[in-house]
Ligand binder design. Structure first.
Ligand code: MUC
Ligand code: MG
Length: 367
């Protein structure tokens, strides 16, 4: 089943509520839709979210790389030669989201050709995930309001709280306001996106020691190796690596260096193939994972759902699947839904992504 064409379509969908965090902010989803065509007329689809502030990728760069270099390398190869295809893609260093999207689009095609849902091909563990919502920077009362709406409208009770501001007291106040308002009705963890120094993070963690945080993520920069190790070694809760572990090798390095004790999996950056490797190495080492959010639209969120439902380990924690709710619109014919705090998988071949062509025409920026 040969690959005959690859499209990298830039689109832009505004956010009704911008997301702000320590390493950047997002006002519109300026993403790339990857479409891989096979010789029998099927199309595999995936979404690449450029994150210049995390991996250095841009929308223009992803399009140029996919259509300019990747297409030439993989056209004519069978969709079942994934290992060969990855060897070719990996001649280009970095660019995790461009590679991740190509991988997911190929898996989507594989599922369609075999007439099977990809979640079943990967592992088939369950048909739903508990949802965790990521709350961006704001005043404490506004962040409490966001959580309230998630609880009331969607039944979501797990929250990632963005921290990493200066002074750190503002973030401590937010977490305290959430815990005092909701008591034990919510689960809460924090993500600093490298915003604090090691000593600020240590003081903030001491100030929040009574707030029953599930875990902490990227509180200070991982490449400040000794400071990070010092911080992680004194943490009473797991320390998740996110942007410091964009590949399986980085994940191992972070664990061995003492920069993290657990690893976030994001299909946007590791596709399905390398997410599997991160998951399997974590399982073998006895290290926890959860499914994170790369500020994905609904196409990308569907990929996270497909992967997360495939395995026991990823299905055991709430997955970050809800930030598309902050977008003014999206590209699926049948929008995702969250009810009772859960998102359910669709029993469709491939990843289950069906694109509304009118919406794509409206939001694409290349014609
Ligand atoms: C996250 O977990 O860090 C913010 C930046 C990024 O790359 O992803 C988001 C969410
Ligand atoms: Mg993170």
């Amino acid at each position: 089943m040969k690959i005959t064409r690859i499209d990298a379509i830039p689109f832009s969908i505004p956010y009704s509520k911008p997301l702000k965090f320590a390493s950047g902010e997002v006002h519109s989803a300026d993403h790339i839709l990857i479409r891989i065509h096979s010789e029998d007329g099927l199309i595999g689809t995936a979404e690449a979210p450029p994150r210049p502030f995390t991996y250095g990728e841009t929308q223009v760069g992803i399009k140029a790389l996919v259509e300019g270099i990747f297409a030439e390398q993989i056209l004519g190869h069978s969709i079942f030669e994934r290992e060969k295809i990855h060897a070719l893609l990996n001649r280009t260093v970095g660019n995790p989201c461009a590679k991740g999207a190509v991988d997911i689009a190929i898996w989507d095609l594989i599922g369609k050709v075999l007439n099977q849902p990809v979640s079943r091909l990967l592992g088939g563990y369950t048909d739903r995930l508990r949802v965790s919502h990521m709350i961006g920077f704001d005043e404490p009362a506004k962040m409490v309001e966001v959580a309230e709406r998630c609880i009331e409208e969607f039944g979501i009770t797990t929250f990632k709280v963005k921290v990493g501001r200066r002074p750190f007291q503002l973030d401590v106040d937010v977490c305290r306001a959430l815990r005092e308002h909701f008591g034990d009705r919510i689960e809460m963890y924090i993500d600093g996106n490298r915003g604090w120094t090691a000593s600020e993070a240590a003081r903030a963690m001491r100030a929040m020691s009574d707030l029953d945080l599930l875990f902490a993520e990227e509180l200070n920069p991982a490449d400040e190796v000794m400071g990070r190790r010092w911080l992680v070694s004194q943490s009473p809760i797991p320390s998740f690596a996110d942007e410091s572990a964009p590949t399986p090798a980085h994940a191992v390095r972070e664990l061995l260096d003492g920069g993290a004790t657990a690893i976030a999996i994001k299909t946007a950056r590791t596709g399905f193939t390398y997410s599997q490797r991160v998951l399997f190495l974590s399982e073998s080492l006895g290290v926890e994972n959860y499914i994170g959010n790369q500020i994905d639209g609904q196409v990308g969120t569907m990929a996270s759902l497909v992967f997360g439902t495939a395995y026991r380990a990823t299905a055991s924690r709430a997955a970050e699947l809800s930030n598309y709710l902050d977008m003014a619109d999206d590209l699926l014919t049948d929008p995702l839904t969250i009810s009772g705090g859960e998102m359910k998988l669709r029993d469709l071949p491939g990843t289950g992504v069906l694109i509304d062509e009118d919406k794509l025409r409206h939001y694409r920026t290349d014609i």
